[in-house]
Design a protein around this ligand. Sequence first.
Ligand SMILES: *Cc1c(COP(=O)(O)O)cnc(C)c1O
Length: 458
Amino acid sequence: MKTIIEPFKIKSVEPIRFTSKEERKKILIDAGYNPFLIHADDVLIDLLTDSGTSAMSAKQWAGIMEGDESYAGSKSFYRFESAVKNITGHQYIIPTHQGRAAEKILFSITGGEGKYIPNNTHFDTTRANIEFTGAEAVDLLNETGKHPEQKADFKGDMDIDALVKFIDETGVKNIPMVMLTITNNSGGGQPVSMKNIKEVRQICDKYGIPMFLDACRFAENAYFIKKREPGYSDKSIIEICREMFSYSDGATMSAKKDALVNIGGFLSLNNEELATKCRNLLIVTEGFPTYGGLAGRDLEAVAQGLEEVVDEHYLQYRIRSTEYLGEKLVANGVPIIEPPGGHAIYIDAKRFLSHIPPHQYPGQSIVCELYIDGGVRTVEIGSVMFGKYDKKTGELIPPPMELVRLAIPRRVYTQSHIDYVSEVVIEAFKNREKLKGMEITYEAPMLRHFTARFRPID
Ligand SMILES: *Cc1c(COP(=O)(O)O)cnc(C)c1O
């Protein structure tokens, strides 16, 4: 087979500023060893996130000019609404400024003290928005999904037996919804099978609980289903997307992912009463229902992005570029979550730095090394992001995995950028015995990874 090429030509470029290793060491010290606090200008290749970092197409930029900025009833809203309905089939479409705003609105109404919301794995903002209402966010990931070294096609699947047990023990009235995150971002960008989506739906039907999708990477999930799940290879991506959404009662979406834009999101619903409540809250916190938290031009760009993201050539290139990086790392012995997920490669920091225990944040140590050595910015997804403290002893309770995420922005970097990244990671792996653990010198009470400061342990 021939090389899978980028399905686009480059029309506009953004220069990268080069820095020396010595400069980067100083920059990192000033940032408290937290790359979230570095100026983006000081980064060579930015793999911090795939969120809001997409390159927009010429048609999306044209849409920016076409945007109708009418306060109410903007033509851009109707184009946006029809693009979202075309994919989700949901009836009530509520624009928000990003995914977490949709979560905030949804959980403010459905959450609260004594409520529980299961998911395969909650993303950090989803968890934070649920917990902020006093409700509990519960992860029910299947066993294989918890083991980075075990290969399987659908490591994002929910553990169905655990879900049934959980509902029986917790009581239906305390569970306002069951969520499924497609693909499972915090669990390695791993896809959820149609079979699993259907099974979760059947359980929800049996108990009368609504089912929601955290749909940020719905198109990438659909592509994995097409490639890996029996019975789907001849279906089009849009058909697969429609089937996935058909099992849900609603969805939260960050358009900064699979709508290929820099800002935006939505909440889509089928329940009219819930939609009315959500719209009322939207007016207080985001804006009038035909623009939510967005400008008319943003709605145009989202609508166009949703059309482009279901293109099979795009998805083939997208999933292949992530897999390509994964293959290079694996060939050089670097431990990663296998098989690679859709939007990112996740380094298994526990195996990469087996001499550094979780309470010394091995993932953060790798993140710092990749920045110093190669100017590559990545993010820790482990004890820094999800660690909790034991209320009695004050000791760190680490999450099951210590990961470093190399998120690939959509349509931004070329194959040589990715080759360079692999060289930096492989170099760090060769030098792994020299890397040191980290300690936290400052942390905020919630979502601490964004602002925490660290220092290396001698
Ligand atoms: C990004 C993301 C969100 C939150 O969306 P924002 O646009 O960043 O607010 C929620 N869930 C998942 C799975 C995500 O990846």
